[in-house]
Design a protein around this ligand. Structure first.
Ligand code: ADP
Length: 485
């Protein structure tokens, strides 16, 4: 139902207009002054306002200006007996929609109201369309920026070409791989971009014809291995629009696949050699090589027993490794660990061995250090492996130092010994499973080469880092940095 506000100071005019309009079914309110009109406009929305040019308080033009400043959607029509070109221009400037010179007939009035109603309706529809359009443009822009940030942040390198074989999209990973800025790649002919070896193979892959949707290849760039795949993409009518090339870095996967047989071979060896030794030791007894008396066999059986202990230890460490691999991420519910307590517990464990080797343990851990994001058990395992090694590969009368300091959001823990040290060329393999330095000094030291691999995995799965500094004959420092809470 169209609502109309009639603003006129002449009672006869406003009540006459009111009657005509009400008879036609319009909802009508009347105001005798500009202020009354503004009060009514404040309270309710009107579709149309009929405004007398001359009002006792504010004039019609001021009223129009106020309505405009309030951004009212009301259609306006000036009713005036003094219509001249100047008034018309001034009113038009204030956004008047129609003029109706007085006197006017009821038909004139109804004709104007009908026109204004229609205009209002059209205006509303146009506004609705504009808003819808704006919303869908916004949605489109959001979607576009979401898609491009998604592609940009992909770990895989992505390159999209059009039918003219020009690059239309290359994400960060791809531009880094190609050593070019993303903006320099845009619109560049792909055959130029991929002209040098080993990338030229990719240009061939991108041109390979055939029905199959997906083409795959493997290539090596520097020291990384990539899995390349090309997919054609089509428009709505099935027309080919271009091709997408993705390069996935599979170096670690490949390495792991290659490591597995090596790991199994070493593991078999680690079990077979002590088992062979145990068998020979037992055979001395079963073949009664030393006579009927039991006593001479006891040292052999004790040695066999010791080797069995070592095998049980090895099984325990292998199980720890596979447990860490299976869990992958640490349990977030574990309460953070406290370094002083973990160090004290570890030193307690090695007290006797330290005393026996006359190794002086020095602890330098300031009070009030923050806790670290790792479980107490895992921190103790790390410390126990590092302190155990410092002892094993340390020197009698030497030193063992345990230090901790707070740097930014990290706690740095150092385990330093004054032992045999590690050869520089062996440092890169030090944390690999089963790696042991083969040196005269290590020949008689027991071990299976799994301790440091366990340390590395426990540290890395909580986002930490482990490093080593070492000088042969001087000693080693193992440095573990963990996130603080
Ligand atoms: P394990 O001690 O059982 O052999 P680890 O994984 O703990 O196994 O250590 C791997 C190798 O690293 C050791 O065999 C040893 O050669 C070297 N290593 C580890 N810690 C030290 C250390 N503190 N000083 C000298 N060499 C070390």
């Amino acid at each position: 139902m169209t609502s109309i506000l009639v603003i006129d100071d002449e009672y006869g005019v406003r009540s006459g207009i009111c009657q005509i309009l009400q008879l036609e079914g319009y909802t009508v309110e009347v105001a005798a002054t500009g202020r009354e009109a503004l009060d009514l406009l404040d309270k309710q929305a009107f579709d149309i306002a009929l405004i007398d040019y001359q009002l006792p308080d504010v004039d019609g033009l001021t009223l129009l200006a106020t309505m405009r400043s309030r951004k009212l959607a009301t259609m306006t029509c000036m009713i005036t007996a003094y219509a001249n070109i100047d008034t018309a221009i001034a009113a038009t400037r204030q956004g008047i929609d129609f003029f109706l010179p007085k006197p006017f007939s009821p038909d004139d009035l109804l004709g104007v109201i009908e026109t204004l109603s229609r205009h209002k309706q059209l205006k509303e529809e146009a506004e609705k369309l504009r808003k819808e359009n704006e919303a869908s443009l916004l949605a489109l822009a959001t979607e576009k920026s979401q898609t491009s940030s998604l592609v940009a942040s992909l770990r895989d390198a992505v390159l999209v070409i059009n039918r003219e074989r020009e690059v239309v999209l290359a994400n960060h990973a791809m531009s880094a791989l190609l050593g070019r800025e993303p903006k320099d790649l845009l619109r560049a002919p792909v055959d130029d971009v991929l002209s040098a070896a080993p990338l030229s193979g990719l240009a061939d892959l991108l041109s390979a014809q055939g029905d199959e949707e997906r083409k795959l290849a493997e290539l090596t760039i520097g020291d990384r291995i990539f899995f390349a795949s090309v997919v054609a993409f089509h428009g709505e009518q099935g027309m080919a629009l271009g091709r997408i090339l993705t390069l996935a870095d599979v170096t670690d996967m490949r390495r792991m696949a290659m490591e597995k047989p090596r790991f199994i071979r070493t593991m078999v060896h680690e079990f077979r050699s002590p088992l062979g030794a145990i068998r020979s030791l037992i055979e001395v007894a079963t073949e009664k090589s030393l006579g009927a008396d039991l006593a001479p066999y006891l040292p052999f059986l004790e040695r066999a027993d010791h080797r069995i202990d070592k095998m049980v230890e090895l099984i325990g460490e292998l199980l720890s490794l596979s447990r860490i691999d299976l869990e992958r991420t640490a349990n977030a519910a574990d309460p953070p660990a406290e370094i002083s307590a973990a160090v004290a517990a570890t030193l307690d464990l090695y007290q006797e061995k330290l005393a026996a080797r006359k190794i002086a343990a020095r602890v330098d851990i300031p009070q009030g250090l923050p806790r670290v994001r790792i479980s107490d058990d895992d921190l103790k395992t790390i410390l126990s492996n590092l302190v155990g090694n410092a002892l094993k590969y340390g020197r009698d009368d030497g030193t063992l130092q345990l230090r901790a300091s707070h740097r930014d959001d990290r706690l740095v823990i150092e385990v330093a010994d004054s032992g045999i040290g590690i050869r520089a060329e062996n440092l890169p393999q030090l944390f690999h499973e089963f790696f042991r330095e083969k040196r005269a000094e290590t020949r008689d030291i027991d071990g299976n080469g799994l301790g440091l691999a366990i340390v590395k995995r426990l540290v890395e799965r909580v986002g930490g880092k482990v490093e080593v500094e070492s000088t042969v004959g001087v000693g080693s420092i193992f440095r573990v940095s963990l996130c603080t809470v």
